[in-house]
Every structure is written in structure tokens, then in C-alpha cells.
Ligand binder design. Structure first.
Ligand code: AMP
Length: 558
């Protein structure tokens, strides 16, 4: 809605960026964006205390894109990120926000990929460089002038960078940039080491933090579910099968997400609708009225559109996308437990958002316990329970009205009453899966689900299946290879490429030296050369991937 996009336009961002945000579907700035954007636009150095999930990437990307001169083909902004994964994510964000800025180029610079193409992109005049410190220093060793035109520096997740041991690299990078640059530092925590960096390298930085007051939400039972971003729809559908809700409101971040999820739910037969800032006011009111009187049971909304929503029927709030801050979480879940009733709030958390969950627990002063995705048996039990509840009231007088007809039909068809009842059930349930085998077959998710499979396909054939389940027996090893294990797995947000990048970078191996990488839910296996393995493992002793210690060990198969 124009008035809400005005939220971004009013901050003084370049019109082409505001246009890109409209296209992406952001409705209003998140709290960290509302505070940081004007400071960064004003040219001041800044320290922002914020973690993943608050919208911090856009908080620095949007003002920097406004300040960059896309007609000048030279590096102007440098963003340093602790991991290759985050560097890629930030680079992708810059690309999407600058979709309507012709001539603007972004390059991601990280280990585990050849240096040549990265260097070429920089030389060709990429204005934005998003880099991990280690790889950037490697580039600087070859070309010490590479950063001489940088005017804006962002240290993203600075505390993580220090934890990963990038302090010395950071010093080298600071030295290679003009002192006149503007510097912005984002960090979830501000330990002494970060303050020391700020003291030395930032000029009178303005400190921005989203204030957090403790708020209580006692009438609401809260739970969270760990899930990968690409499995959210499937997880929501599965949760809805077992949650006994009257009306439910689901929160997502963008207009498009409201439409996508509402459509997916409708396709499954739920009475669901989307509520977002693009929908005209009178139509929004109609949606809310429908939710009140039961013509709708589920509304998928953005925060803006759900403001002030008060529907006593709402028994459940589902945070499908993480809120930006604990206050907005408290606000969202306050949509249930109205008028003295109890409510239930569910929060989907992706591996990268774990920290936000802890912040929410701290601020609300309550533990948000974990629920697991319901398994096939639980889904089946819930379906049968619903079916029982819907049929039970019909039985009372049915025999009196239709008993004779049943006798006649069974005689005419020549079947037993059991056979006829079964046929009627099948018809009445529209072919819904109502046996364990059928439910198991239709369940798209296994722990570490589609993600694990897609990674395996990158790295080679998938293990054979046995009765529909993955056989966990390891694949035979090639000669001269040893299998190693790390406790990092898909649930830590680790992908095969992250392990590959870390081992290539820190181990100094050639790409061909690394064999198959299998990422499981709670661990991963990597095939490495037997020759010199102990030396290699010693080298990788302190390596971290995705912020966590890799701790690679020889894996004994027996
Ligand atoms: P970040 O904290 O930067 O990792 O951002 C978390 C997620 O929020 C990303 O998926 C962004 O695309 C999304 N996001 C950031 N700002 C907004 C906004 N103003 N409106 C909607 N989504 C946003």
C-alpha cells in the first residue's frame, strides 16, 4: 500500500530502491531499519546491535545502495561477513535490492571457489564487494591497492568474525582502505574485543540497539519447531493436521508469502485467506469478519495488515516467519488468548535463527519449548479423531432413516454391510490417506528432508532405499580414502558445500582430494585422503563452519 511503502520512501532512500522493495513485497521498515537507515545515510559511523532475523542486512544495504554512485565503475562498498554462507546471502540481498539500478554490480569473495573470477569481477568495476576476511586478505596479497577506493565499510556479525579468529585479517583489511571511509559495525553482542575494534577504527559511532523490555504472555502456551526455510510450507501443513485449532492466524514477512501460503492451504481444503497491505481496507475488513464468523478458519498475514486484529475465536498464532524483534513476537502472539481464553503460539525457527529464539525467551522471560514435526502415526491418529468426531453425531438416527435402504443396497449389490460402509467412507473422505502406509507415503518430509537429498545429488548417487527408508549403511570407500565424521549436520544449517569450502580453504587440499560428503541431520561424513590424514586433521583442529567447531575425526565403521 502506498502509505506503507512511504515508510521506506520517507527514510530518504533512492526511488529505484523503494521501487525494488515494492516489487519484493516489503511493507514497512523493520525497527532496526527505521533507526539505522537515517544514520547511515547521514554519513555517520554506526554500531548496530542486532542479530539475524531483525532485517539487519537491508538496514545497511539500502542506505549504502542509495549512496553508491553506480556510474563509477570501482569498488565503493565493502561488506565483511564471517562465513561464505552469509557472504552469499548478503550479496544476494544487495542484488535484489539493486534490481532497478542499472550498472550496479555486486561480487561475493569467499574461500573454496577459484580466485580468478572474483578478481575479474572486482577489476571490471563491481561497486559492492561482499567478502569473508580470509579470502579478501589473499586477494590483497596479490593486489594491495584493491580497496583503495572503498568509501563504505560494513562489518557484519562482527562477534562471529572474531570468534572465527579473523582479528588479524581484519587489521590487514582496515589498513588497506582509505581512513576517510564511513564504517558500520553490526554485532549481536558487544564484548570487549568488539568495543576495542570500534574504538580504534570507527569515528564517534552512533550506537543503535532495539530496546527490549521484558513482557509476559502467560495465558499463551508457546512452542517452537526447527525447520529449514524450504520446508516451511510442508511443516505448516503437517502441524495443522494435529493442532486442534478453532481459528488460526499465521504471520509471514512479505505480501507474496501471504498469498503463497494461503493458496497452499486452500488447495488442501482449509478455509484460508491472505491479509496484506496490498488488499484494500474494505476487503481486509471482510476477511476479518469472515474469520470472526467462521467462513474462514485461517488468515495468513503480514504484521502491518494484522495490526489491531482482535478476533476472540483465534486459538492459535503461527509465526511462520520469525518476527523482527521480541516486541513484535509478543504483539503477534497476543492475537490469541483474547478475552481471558488460553491460546497457543507456534514459532518456526530455521537453523540460522536459533539466536533470535534465545532473545525471545530472554525478553519474554519464558522458555519456548521445542515440538517435533508430527510423524505419520500422529497425523493418522489426528485424522481418525477428526473423522470420528464428524461421524459420531450422524449415527444416532441414521439407522432409523437409512437402515432399510442399507439392507436393500447390500442385497442388490451383493456385498456385506462392512464393504458398503467402507465404500461410503472412502467417498466421504475424498480419498484422503487414512492408513499408516498411505500417510507415510504422502509425507514429504524426513528429518533433514528435501535439503539433505538435494545435497546428496550434488555429490553423487543417493543411498539405496529399503522399504521407503534410507539405508544408513555407509557407501564403500574408494581406495586410499578414509572416512571422517563431524557432529555438524543439516540441523546446524550445514550444507555439503560449506564443509567442502572449509576443508579446501583451511586444509589446503586440492578439490579432487576430497571425496564424497554426506550431510545427515545430526552429523556429516567426509571422505579424505588416508595419506597424511593425521596431519590434515591437526590442521583443521580449530576450523569452524557456520560459526561452530568442525571437530573432524576419523570415523570407524564398526
Ligand atoms: P536479516 O536479519 O537481514 O537476515 O533478514 C531476515 C529476513 O527478513 C530476510 O529474509 C529479509 O528478506 C527479510 N526482511 C528484511 N527486511 C524486511 C522488511 N522490511 N519487510 C519484510 N521482510 C524483510
Amino acid at each position: 500500500m502506498t502509505q506503507e511503502i512511504g515508510g521506506f520512501a520517507a527514510l530518504g532512500l533512492h526511488p529505484s530502491i523503494v521501487a525494488a522493495l515494492t516489487a519484493i513485497g516489503y511493507e514497512e521498515p523493520s525497527p532496526i531499519q527505521a533507526q539505522a537507515i537515517p544514520v547511515i545515510l547521514s554519513g555517520r559511523d554506526m554500531i548496530g546491535q542486532a542479530q539475524t532475523g531483525t532485517g539487519k542486512t537491508a538496514a545497511f544495504a539500502l542506505p549504502l545502495l542509495t549512496k553508491i554512485d553506480a556510474s563509477k565503475r570501482e569498488p565503493q562498498a565493502l561488506i565483511l561477513a564471517p562465513t561464505r554462507e552469509l557472504a552469499l546471502q548478503v550479496a544476494t540481498a544487495f542484488e535484489s535490492y539493486s534490481k532497478q539500478m542499472p550498472g550496479l554490480n555486486v561480487v561475493a569473495v569467499y574461500g573454496g571457489a577459484p580466485m580468478g573470477p572474483q578478481l575479474k569481477a572486482i577489476r571490471q568495476g563491481a561497486q559492492v564487494i561482499v567478502a569473508t576476511p580470509g579470502r579478501l586478505v589473499d586477494h590483497l596479497r596479490r593486489d594491495e591497492k584493491m580497496l583503495s577506493t572503498i568509501q563504505f565499510l560494513v562489518l557484519d556479525e562482527a562477534d562471529e568474525m572474531l570468534k572465527l579468529g579473523f582479528m588479524d585479517d581484519l587489521e590487514v583489511i582496515f589498513e588497506a582502505m582509505p581512513a576517510s571511509r564511513q564504517s558500520v559495525l553490526f554485532s549481536a553482542t558487544l564484548p570487549h574485543s568488539i568495543r576495542a575494534i570500534a574504538e580504534k577504527h570507527l569515528r564517534e559511532p552512533q550506537h543503535i540497539k532495539i530496546a527490549s523490555k521484558t513482557q509476559t504472555v502467560t495465558a499463551i502456551e508457546q512452542a517452537h519447531l526447527m525447520v529449514h526455510a524450504d520446508q516451511k510450507h510442508a511443516a505448516v501443513l503437517r502441524l495443522l493436521e494435529v493442532e486442534e485449532f478453532d481459528a488460526l492466524i499465521g504471520f509471514v514477512r512479505t505480501k507474496q508469502a501471504t498469498l503463497d501460503l494461503a493458496a497452499a492451504l486452500e488447495a488442501k481444503g482449509y478455509k484460508a485467506a491472505a491479509l496484506n497491505g496490498d488488499i484494500a481496507q474494505n476487503q481486509r475488513e471482510r476477511v476479518i469478519d469472515s474469520l470472526k464468523d467462521g467462513r474462514l478458519d485461517i488468515v495468513i498475514a503480514t504484521d502491518v495488515a494484522a495490526r489491531g486484529l482482535d478476533v476472540p475465536r483465534i486459538t492459535h498464532v503461527m509465526n511462520v516467519d520469525m518476527p523482527y524483534d521480541p516486541e513484535s513476537y509478543v504483539h503477534r502472539i497476543g492475537r490469541t488468548g483474547r478475552a481471558g481464553r488460553t491460546g497457543r503460539a507456534l514459532l518456526l525457527v530455521t537453523p540460522r535463527e536459533r539466536r533470535m529464539l534465545q532473545v525471545i525467551e530472554r525478553v519474554t522471560g519464558q522458555k519456548v519449548g521445542e515440538v517435533k514435526l508430527p510423524n505419520a502415526q500422529q497425523v493418522l491418529d489426528a485424522r481418525i479423531k477428526k473423522l470420528t468426531a464428524s461421524l459420531a453425531p450422524l449415527v444416532a438416527d441414521a439407522e432409523a432413516t437409512h437402515g432399510d435402504l442399507l439392507d436393500r443396497l447390500t442385497a442388490d449389490i451383493g456385498c456385506s454391510p462392512r464393504a458398503l460402509a467402507a465404500a461410503l467412507l472412502r467417498k466421504a473422505t475424498n480419498g484422503q490417506a487414512l492408513s499408516l502406509a498411505e500417510v507415510e507415503r504422502e509425507q514429504p518430509l524426513v528429518p533433514g528432508g528435501p535439503r539433505e537429498r538435494s545435497e546428496r545429488s550434488e555429490r553423487g548417487p543417493r543411498p539405496e532405499r529399503e522399504g521407503g527408508r534410507e539405508r544408513r549403511a555407509p557407501m564403500p570407500l574408494a581406495e586410499g580414502r578414509a572416512r571422517c565424521r563431524t557432529a555438524l549436520g543439516a540441523r546446524d544449517g550445514i550444507a555439503a558445500k560449506n564443509l567442502l569450502g572449509a576443508i579446501l580453504n583451511e586444509g589446503g587440499l586440492a578439490r579432487e582430494a576430497i571425496g564424497r560428503i554426506q550431510v545427515r541431520e545430526s552429523f556429516s561424513l567426509v571422505e579424505l585422503p588416508e595419506d597424511g590424514l593425521d596431519r590434515l586433521l591437526a590442521k583443521l583442529k580449530d576450523t569452524r563452519v557456520g560459526g561452530k567447531p568442525l571437530k573432524l575425526r576419523r570415523y570407524r565403521e564398526d
